[in-house]
Each structure stands twice: as C-alpha cells, then as structure tokens.
Design a binder for this molecule. Sequence first.
Ligand SMILES: NC(=O)c1ccc[n+]([C@@H]2O[C@H](COP(=O)([O-])OP(=O)(O)OC[C@H]3O[C@@H](n4cnc5c(N)ncnc54)[C@H](OP(=O)(O)O)[C@@H]3O)[C@@H](O)[C@H]2O)c1
Length: 224
Amino acid sequence: MKIGIIGGTGGMGEGFALRWCTNHEIIIGSRDKAKAQEAAERYHGIAKEVYKKIKGNITGEDNSTLAKNSDILLLSIPYETINDTCSKIADDVRESCIVVSPIVPMTRVPEKGWIYLPFENGTKTAAELVAANFRPGTKVVSAFHTISEVKLRDIKYDIDGDTYVCSNDLDSVKIINQLIYELSLRPIYLGQLSLTYQAEVMTPMILNAARRNRLKQPGLKLTN
Ligand SMILES: NC(=O)c1ccc[n+]([C@@H]2O[C@H](COP(=O)([O-])OP(=O)(O)OC[C@H]3O[C@@H](n4cnc5c(N)ncnc54)[C@H](OP(=O)(O)O)[C@@H]3O)[C@@H](O)[C@H]2O)c1
C-alpha cells in the first residue's frame, strides 16, 4: 500500500514511516521537496539499522505530488494548518484514497494546563475540519491521537496500547485497523466522525495527567 504522510518531516511522521516501511511504500511529504527527500533518506538509514528485512521503502515528495499518488493520506500536521494545507491538495487526492487525521486541536494555557480548543473556542474538531476541506464523500478516518511521538519513533519499543478510531466509512476503518495492528496497537472503534471529539480530547487529558502525576509518556488501554 502507498502511504503518503503530509508533514512527514515532523516527529509523528518519522515514527509512522519507520514502523510501516517494513510492509508498505511510504512517501514523506513536505512543503519543500528537498526537505522531504532528506528526511526520507535519514529514516531509511535508521530503519535499515534495526530491521533485518524491509519489504517497503521510504521516499520523499512535495505534498501535492504525494497526494496524487497515495492510497492512504495521513495528515501529520498542526491543527492551525489544516485549511491552508488541505485546500492546496484537495483536488489532487484520488477518490479511492483514505484520508487519516491524527490531529489534536489543543494548546497549553499557563496555570490551567492543556486544553482542547473546540471546547474552549467553539472551533471545529480536527477530523471534521479536515473532512470539510475535501470533496463530499471523501473517506476520512480519525485515529492515533493518544500515541506518543517519543514511543512511536523508538522502533525497538513495543508500544502496546489502544487507539480510538472514528469514521463514517466502515470499509476504511477495516484498512486503517490493519495498519494500527501493524504498530502493535489495538484499534477501538468509537463510531461516526461526529464522535471524533471523544478521541481527540483524550490527548490533552493524558498530557495533564502526565504532568500532574509524574507519568512518563503514558498511553491508554481499556480493560474488559
Ligand atoms: N507529537 C505527538 O506526540 C502527537 C501525538 C498524537 C497526535 N499528534 C498530532 O499529530 C500531528 C503531527 O504532530 P507533530 O508533532 O509531528 O507535528 P509538527 O512536528 O509540529 O509538524 C509536522 C509537520 O507539519 C508541517 N507544518 C508545520 N507548520 C506548517 C504550516 N504552517 N503549514 C503547513 N505545514 C506545516 C511541517 O512539515 P514541512 O515544513 O516539511 O512542510 C512539520 O514537519 C499534530 O496534529 C499533532 O496534534 C501529535
């Protein structure tokens, strides 16, 4: 599968690329093609040191070229950049492409802690803002919000935890669930994209818990 990572030069993008490259063709995306290619080369070097066999590969492209060629398009970009980034690539994305949002709209307020912006400002959830930027009917999946970048990038580390998934398209959920299992995580489907706030809000919750209770990179796992 061709997985394009818009903003793949950032920390989350690196982690996804390093872990999925064992089985998939990863395209790192950036506003600057040379930066994407440099990152792709670096990630490939790290992966080669750790894995005995890499069935996929990692290459770099500008965001628009990547969007035209991806089966899965992961938007690994800050919340504030959604409209600007998506409006530039929306026409390039294939009809069959699954767009994935791990984006968390949050900020840290002095004395208060981490807050979830849509609750504070009445702004849209990240995944719904993403969906609003693409053609109606585009398959959008919301996932990966509570996965720590530090753990994701450390490919010798077995992450082990849950990630919450929302989408209106169950066939897309099946495909993304498989990619989640490949990260050694368990997908937990919450429901339609309108419930994405329940997944996105978990991240500021975890960060406040970590800060106030001296927990190191905590994750989430539901018990039976
Ligand atoms: N960090 C975590 O632990 C974590 C955990 C869960 C979810 N998330 C979510 O995952 C997403 C990515 O996180 P991250 O920490 O990897 O993000 P990041 O490092 O802040 O940014 C990722 C990439 O986004 C691009 N970017 C930055 N500013 C931009 C702008 N103004 N316009 C367009 N593109 C811009 C940059 O790529 P180029 O300069 O190469 O274009 C950058 O490398 C975020 O939405 C975050 O909320 C993060």
